[in-house]
Design a protein around this ligand. Structure first.
Ligand code: FCB
Length: 469
């Protein structure tokens, strides 16, 4: 059973296994390969704060989080982890842990004004940050859009307006000209499914609109934005890798019945194929519009070719699975399983889902590019006790998911790295500060950072791996 930690996380006890602890991967794991990148991830709105400093303009998340009832406890990203002022110490923290790569995002409203002109102070912040990461020998994975759309663009329709895709290409042009040479890998978008579906389809995220037709049109414009930006990034910064980050969902059938199996398939069409098919096959899955009649987006000639521009890598974010049965408006209905392990988010811990999806994608997409797991991790109600944080469940979660990644590699999937979500506790969108995903604890009253036990063990493993090579 995947939920039984002892069954899944069996460490190797071979003689050469170095000091087996609750995190260290088994001695035959691909994770020991020196070129398997291990890093941590964050996103601008979730950590930076300083929302109206140095010319930053409001984003849709400033507006949304200031709207009563949208975010738990009325939390906002106004201060967050104050990373805008504490970035040097935060980079020291990353380097001190021995993490090899850092995935961060750039705040569009910090670097470009409403007329499309550069905001020097905002750009300088990222130049300093990326420069320091380079000095420290940390590889930089930069996401251009992790959900903080400038509010002035939302005021003109946001992702429902085709023009936003062209504004995004302008933004990608500006940023990649300015930061060329200091970025190892560019990702255009983070999780277009969340931007389109949660933002425009059910209203749980900014800008908070709820209409099925809006979701598909927003998705189309997001993917178009990605496709328009790829050649721009290639022209401005040829040495770096270019890709996109998608969240993927595992749907499992509640029974062996053909109807439930079909429900699980339809779940994955709506979560995965909706995004990956246009990117990797140049077409939307027909089943999507059979399920959601009347929601076909307006697609112009040539859009799908633009969207399917070859990419150097695909970033995959994975958190949980959804158990489903047939029925419901979307062709499936969730049937939450009883007695399974869950995280503070209520998400089921299911590492096999990550492996199965990765192996499945390799079969489905002949041109599947190299993969980085760009986010994986879990929230727990972590507390500092005697100066430390013992986040036992996270340690076990990470170990089991890294074992699943290893299994996918052994099954032939080209996976090159893994980023923990997240470097530190931060603003977890509609859940505010109550959900702690970090491997570093943040006391929001004092901004004190405390390294959790999970971070210590990741760091210990990286040190051991380095010594071995
Ligand atoms: C992902 C987001 C990331 C974080 C994690 C928990 O969907 O990309 O910003 O909130 O979930």
């Amino acid at each position: 059973m995947a939920n039984d930690a002892s069954a899944v996380a069996t460490p190797s006890h071979s003689a050469d296994a170095p000091h087996v602890d609750p995190f260290t991967p088994s001695s035959d794991s691909s994770l020991w390969r020196k070129n398997f990148l291990l890093g941590a991830a964050t996103a601008s709105y979730q950590i930076e704060g300083a929302v109206d400093e140095d010319g930053r303009l409001p984003s849709i998340w400033d507006t949304f989080s200031a709207t009563p009832g949208k975010v738990l406890a009325g939390d906002t990203g106004t201060v967050a982890c104050d990373h805008y002022h504490r970035w040097e110490a935060d980079v020291d923290l990353l380097a001190g842990l021995g993490l090899e790569a850092y995935r961060l995002s750039i705040a569009w409203p910090r670097v470009m004004d409403a007329a499309g002109q550069p905001n020097r102070k905002g750009l300088d912040f990222y130049k300093r940050l990326l420069g320091r990461l380079k000095e420290m020998g940390i590889q930089t994975y930069v996401t251009l859009y992790h959900w903080d759309l400038p509010q002035h663009l939302e005021d003109r329709g946001g992702w429902l307006n085709r023009d936003t895709a062209y504004r995004f290409a302008d933004y990608a042009d500006l940023v990649s000209r300015e930061l060329t040479g200091s970025v190892d890998a560019w990702a255009t978008l983070n999780e277009p499914w969340c931007s389109a579906y949660l933002g425009y389809g059910n209203g749980h995220h900014a800008p908070g609109l709820a209409n099925g037709r809006f979701a598909t049109q927003a998705m189309h414009h997001l993917l178009l934005a990605h496709g328009l930006a790829i050649p721009v990034l290639r022209a401005n910064d040829p040495a770096s890798q270019k890709g996109i980050v998608a969240n993927i969902g595992r749907g499992t059938p509640n029974s062996d019945s053909a109807a439930d199996q079909r429900a699980a398939h339809l779940f994955e069409v709506q979560h995965n194929a909706w995004i990956l098919d246009p990117l990797l096959k140049g077409a939307y899955p027909n089943e999507l519009f059979d399920l959601w009649p009347g929601t076909e987006p307006l697609v112009l000639d040539g859009d799908l070719q633009t969207i399917a521009a070859p990419i150097d890598f695909l970033g995959i974010n994975y958190y949980f699975r959804t158990n489903v049965e047939s029925d419901g408006a979307h062709g499936f209905r969730e049937v939450p399983l009883e007695g399974v392990e869950r995280t503070q988010m209520g998400w089921e811990v299911h590492p096999d889902g990550l492996r199965d999806l990765l192996v499945g994608f390799k079969g489905t997409y002949r041109n599947l590019p190299p993969i980085y797991i760009t986010e994986n991790g879990m929230a727990s109600d972590d507390k500092v006790v005697d100066g430390g944080v013992d986040d036992t469940q996270r340690i076990s979660f990470l170990k089991r998911h890294l074992a699943a990644v290893d299994q996918a590699i052994k099954a032939g999937v080209d996976i090159r790295g893994y980023f923990l979500w997240s470097l530190m506790d931060n603003f977890e969108w509609a859940f505010g500060y109550e959900r702690r995903f970090g491997i570093v604890h943040v006391d929001y009253g004092t901004q004190k950072r405390t390294i959790k036990r999970s971070a210590e063990l990741v760091s210990k493993f990286l040190k051991e791996r380095k010594e071995k090579s």
